[in-house]
Ligand binder design. Structure first.
Ligand code: ATP
Length: 365
């Protein structure tokens, strides 16, 4: 097997009494775009700062390309780093900002010129090399910061919320740009965000973090469709999480009671009859008004819309089924959302009824 670009072995970090990172064991493959996703305070930045060499772990080892780097200072780790505030040198031109790392490495003038121009071409700022940071927009400044980070041909690119200071439209453009640049350069990239859509759109894999741990590490599709914990289900997208009980069935076709009704789940795990489970159904996975569905299919129900939140391209509804508890549902909207009081027919595919060990779900029920 090829050597991992980065490996974290039993990484732990505390500041006095505060545990910032509980334990992390993971490997990042060469060329991968891996995102640390999690709420504020879960330990994302601390993890990245340890990989960068800005903090040392209280326990555990960090390996870059198979070499233990715990005691290697930041400037010897060959990293490109971009933070939220671009930290450009205000009194240097775009060209000189990007050339900085190459001059530090004592590259020749000709080499510097070739590489700076190549980096500026990658971020589409060729025409702006004479400008100063103050004369650039936020998005352009962030591109310069990116060019400065990649021009040294780093082993690793570390990005800590690099898009969060940009407005919503620019942010979407920049995430496409960033992904394109990462593909073109194939630099192993570790990216931090607390924005789930950013993580889903950009990553090869997502490490979902909570309380100083990685809760799930997988591709965007798996993390989204097959969350392995209640936290992951709730953090990515909107989920109905119910305490439930297995009433019968077999792997691939379980019947569970939850939220005052019976659900059919295609979970392939093995459960015991009567076992407590967490039943998770995503608000976005409900199919609305599917006329071909009849009661035989399972998970089809008639419900009345109680509240409507119009979100633009979609709407978030709270629906009250004829039996059982209310459910949250998100559905695409063409012009007008459905009105409160409307009766709808909804259906949840058994494939999308996720069963997990109950954990702390009973506390919610
Ligand atoms: P955010 O998204 O808000 O940046 P984060 O997930 O990056 O959050 P960290 O900045 O890694 O979280 O912080 C993790 C925990 O460690 C927090 O509880 C934070 O208060 C604490 N912490 C971080 N740095 C220090 C420090 N230098 N001294 C004491 N506690 C710290």
């Amino acid at each position: 097997m090829s050597e991992a670009a980065v490996e974290l072995r039993g990484i732990h970090k505390r500041y006095g009494d505060v545990v910032a990172v509980e334990t992390i064991d993971m490997a990042v493959q060469s060329g991968e775009f891996l995102t640390f996703l999690g709420p504020s305070g879960c330990g994302k930045t601390t993890t990245l700062r340890m990989i960068a060499g800005l903090e040392s772990p209280s326990a555990g080892d960090i390996l870059i390309k198979g070499r233990r780097v715990n005691d290697v200072p930041i400037h010897k780790r060959n990293l490109g780093i971009v933070f939220q505030n671009y930290a450009l040198f205000p009194h240097r031109s775009v060209y000189d900002n990007v050339a900085f790392g190459l001059r530090y490495r004592k590259c020749s003038k000709d080499e510097i010129r070739t590489r700076v121009r190549e980096a500026l071409r990658l971020v589409q700022l060729e025409a702006m090399e004479e400008r100063y940071p103050a004369a650039l927009s936020g998005g352009q400044q962030q591109r310069v910061a990116l060019a400065r980070a990649i021009v040294i041909n780093p082993d690793l690119l570390l990005l800590d919320e690099p898009l969060s200071a940009l407005d919503a439209n620019l942010r979407e453009d920049m995430r496409l740009e960033l992904k394109r640049i990462q593909r073109e350069t194939a630099i192993t990239t570790l990216f931090i965000t607390h924005d789930q859509s950013e993580a889903l759109a950009m990553s090869d894999r997502i490490a979902v973090m909570s309380n100083g741990r990685v809760e799930q590490l997988d591709t965007p599709q798996v993390v989204y469709n097959r969350p392995t914990s209640r936290f992951c289900a709730n953090f990515l997208g909107n989920a109905n999480v119910m305490g439930g009980r297995v009433v019968g069935g077999e792997p691939g076709a379980w019947r569970v009671d939850a939220g005052g009704r019976e659900w059919l789940s295609a979970s392939t795990d093995t459960w015991r009859q009567g076992e407590s489970v967490a039943v998770i159904v995503r608000a976005e996975h409900f199919q609305l008004d599917v006329s071909s569905v009849d009661g035989e299919v399972g998970n089809a129900l008639q419900a009345r819309i109680e509240t409507v939140d119009y979100l633009g391209m979609s709407a978030r509804y709270i629906i009250r089924p004829e039996q059982g508890e209310t459910l949250e549902l998100i559905h695409g909207v063409h012009h007008q959302p459905l009105q409160a009081g409307t009766w709808v027919r909804v259906w949840m595919p058994a494939d999308d009824v996720i069963l997990l060990p109950p954990g702390d779900v009973t506390a919610l029920a």
